[in-house]
Structure formats: C-alpha cells, structure tokens
Write a protein that binds this ligand. Structure first.
Ligand SMILES: Nc1ncnc2c1ncn2[C@@H]1O[C@H](COP(=O)(O)OP(=O)(O)OP(=O)(O)O)[C@@H](O)[C@H]1O
Length: 297
C-alpha cells in the first residue's frame, strides 16, 4: 500500500482550448492517513482538484497520482461526495443504500452506512430521495460514501446544508470512522472554524495555484502573529500587515529571531487562512514531506 494518498506534480487544468486555467502548476504530496482541509475563495479550483482526484477529469498538463496509481485506476478505493450530491430521486433511502452495496460488493459495510443514515442521520428508510431535504440528502450521500469503506474519502463542502447540530454529529462520526480505518480524508470547506480540531493537513488554493500545503502544525509553526508598536518587519516574510494608529498586527514567516518585546503568538488556523485569503500576493509555502522522510517516521 502506498504511503502517499495524493501526489500532484505540475498539475494544470484548462477548460476549453481558450479558457482560463482552473488549476496551474499545482505540486504537493498528501501522505496517507491524514485529514486534509482544502480551503480557498470561490472559484479557486478546489472542486476541480477534487474531481481530478476522483478520476472524473483529466489534467491538461502535469501528473496526478492517487493511492499510488492513476486516478481512474484508484476509483474503486476512493469515495467522492460532490457538491451537488447526485442521487436517484425515485429510489428510497433503503434502496439507495442497497444499490451502494450492489455497486461495491467487495467493500460494502452496511453497519457504517446504516449508522450514518439511520442512527446519526435519523432518516426514514422508506422515504424517497426526492422527498428529502438538502441536508437529509447529504446524510444519504455520506452514508453511501462511507459504506464503500474507501481508502480515500473526498468531500466537497460536505456540511454546507446541514444544521449546526447535524454538522457537529456527522463530523464526529466521520472523523471516528476515518480514524478507526486509517482513511485519508480530503475535505473542502468555507467554514474554517469547523476544520480546526479535525484536520491535520492543509491545502490552501488561490486562483488555481497551491498557496499553502503541508502538515497543519508545521504550517502554523512557520508563521507568527505579532501585535505591538509599528515596526519594520524586514527581513521577515510578511503575509499580512495591518496598522491601526500606532498599533500593528502582522502575520509573518520569521526569518531569524524576532524581537523579545514584540507580542508574538502562534496563529490559529482561521488567522492563518484569513491572512492568506486577504493577501493573494503573499508567497506560497509548500511543506511537502519527502516520501523517504515519512516512511522513516
Ligand atoms: N466545467 C467547467 N467548464 C468551464 N469552467 C469551469 C468548469 N468547472 C469549473 N470551471 C472554472 O474553474 C474555476 C475553478 O472552479 P472550481 O469549481 O474548481 O472552484 P471552487 O474553488 O470549487 O469554487 P467554490 O468555492 O465556489 O465551490 C472557476 O473559474 C470555474 O468557473
């Protein structure tokens, strides 16, 4: 089994010959068994990247490896919950899960699917998909995806139409299932606070390019949030600097020691992401562990 879930090398995607690039020069490596948050503004390329990973789109340039093989060859071991969650409207919930079982006879786990749909999801097995609310359909889609017992679970804004309690419960169940089976999870979301505490790897995409990639702890440790009197931030790399009166708040990547009198703290995930979203010109930071380094760990 490969210890790399996803590896992109110079991945680029252009829709149509004269279209603009949805992804450009994306290179990163996601080790297996991680829970990866994919964040970025609307139109950044998150869904395009997930569709490539699911083997549904072919790159215009570069290469993508999923679970050590070509994305199309890995499809059986990958589950993808797309933003629009396509399901058959005329089927009942029960029939939908049985279809999931028929399509994945070797891998299907009825216990997991039933737990998501009925125990946590509270769905009526006899209800037709077309009669479900958006949030209830999400529960069916997640039950189908997890029932497949995938090695790699791709979720495109999975919690967007769930109520706060439903989000909390489903996220908990999802993380517990993923941890139990060592599933790699890649989840795009605009609700950054929701990702904190569940993700250990971050991929920030902006304008089709990877802007931050790496182990979340390493990325946070590479940044410092400073608050204090206005000062020259050279030679540090400045991601964002805001001044109000005589006070300056900045997110920097320190180069060398930082003055002891300056209020310096480690940023939260939200502070890290927001500073990069507000400043699209900040230099990229890709902290991809080398395969040899990881297998030695
Ligand atoms: N099938 C398509 N044909 C043409 N352009 C497309 C297609 N799919 C996506 N795009 C374009 O590619 C870019 C990236 O889109 P994508 O859906 O991947 O962004 P996203 O980060 O998922 O956005 P959001 O947060 O709004 O869901 C956008 O400019 C979009 O218009």
């Amino acid at each position: 089994m490969s210890n790399t879930a996803i590896e992109a090398a110079g991945l680029g995607k252009r829709f149509g010959r004269r279209g603009s690039w949805a992804l450009r020069e994306c290179s990163f490596r996601l080790p297996a068994g991680r829970v990866c948050a994919v964040v970025g503004p609307n139109g950044a390329g998150k869904s395009t990247l997930l569709s490539h990973t699911a083997g549904l789109l072919a790159p215009t340039e570069g290469a993508l490896t999923v679970l050590g093989t070509h994305p199309a060859a890995a499809r059986e071991r990958v589950a993808y919950v797309a933003q629009d969650k396509p399901l058959y409207p005329q089927l009942t919930v029960d029939q939908t899960l049985r279809l999931g079982q028929e399509l994945n006879p070797a891998r299907w786990d009825a216990r997991v699917a039933g737990r998501i749909a009925y125990e946590v999801g509270g769905l009526d097995p006899k209800k037709r998909i077309r009669a479900l609310s958006g949030g209830q359909r999400t529960r069916v889609a997640l039950a189908l995806a997890l029932g497949k017992r995938p090695e790699l679970l791709l979720l495109d804004e999975p919690m967007a139409d769930l109520d706060p309690l439903g989000r909390h419960e489903l996220m908990g169940t999802l993380m517990a299932e993923a941890a139990e089976y060592g599933t790699t999870v890649v989840m795009s979301s605009h609700v950054v606070a929701e990702l904190e505490g569940s993700c250990d790897y971050l991929l920030l995409i902006g304008d089709g390019r990877v802007r931050l990639a790496g182990d979340l702890d390493d990325l946070l440790a590479a940044h410092t949030l400073t608050t204090g009197a206005v000062r020259d931030l050279a030679p540090h790399t400045v991601v964002e600097s805001r001044t109000t009166g005589r006070q300056q708040t900045a997110l920097i990547r320190p180069r060398g020691p930082y003055p002891a009198d300056a209020g310096a703290t480690r940023p939260s995930l939200e502070e890290l992401v927001l500073a990069h979203l507000r400043n699209p010109a900040a230099p990229a930071l890709i902290l991809t562990p080398a395969p040899a380094q990881e297998s030695a760990a």
